[in-house]
Design a protein. Structure first.
Length: 190
């Protein structure tokens, strides 16, 4: 009984970092924003990842600039060890599902009549989108880090959201470049 408090101190130190993210991420484009950054959590032997990203679309690309928020779930089925001695890995497939919210004053349910002219084309809020993405990564272990697992990954993702998929189904004259988006990014394990 006297010794037990000392063992519980060790437990408290482990719990201290329980909600600390496993990596930080920066992304260019990809249908969630022009530039976005955030944190991610890896679990289930690094097969599943949950990300929280904030993005920005500058004023030049829209009438007014706005901020986006994205909650994203990634699945990584497998990875291939390319160079064992150097710690270089190739992830041939990543699958992602994301919910993206655009905080644009021109979008949203109050302005819904501006988009479809009352014809009921949009049956949902145009500021919220669900995105599907597929991609690949190259992961390199940082040799200068002696403490723990530290990686740098470069990746790309090709995806689309539900609205553009619906448009592509309704309008067969659309080309893939009109409904698919490319995102490029970096991931730093912390």
């Amino acid at each position: 009984m006297i010794i037990s408090p000392f063992f519980s101190i060790g437990q408290e130190k482990k719990e201290k970092y329980r909600f600390r993210p496993n990596y930080v991420k920066a992304q260019y484009a990809g249908d969630i924003a022009c530039i976005s950054a955030g944190v991610g959590y890896s679990y289930s032997e690094n097969r599943w990842e949950t990300e929280i990203l904030l993005g920005y679309v500058p004023k030049g690309l829209r009438d007014n600039g706005f901020v986006t928020f994205t909650l994203k779930q990634n699945y990584i089925p497998w990875s291939v060890n390319v160079v064992k001695d150097k710690g270089i890995y190739f992830i041939p497939l990543t699958c992602a599902l994301a919910v993206n919210i655009a905080f644009d004053p021109d979008l949203g349910l109050p302005n819904l009549a501006n988009y479809d002219g009352g014809y009921g084309y949009y049956g949902f809020d145009p500021s919220i989108h669900f995105n599907l993405m597929l991609g690949q990564r190259i992961v390199v272990k940082r040799p200068f880090c002696k403490k723990g697992k530290r990686d740098i990954a470069i990746y790309y993702e090709i995806g689309s959201n539900e609205l553009t998929i619906i448009n592509a189904i309704r309008n067969s004259s659309l080309r893939p470049r009109e409904y698919l988006n490319l995102g490029l990014g970096l991931i730093f394990t912390i």
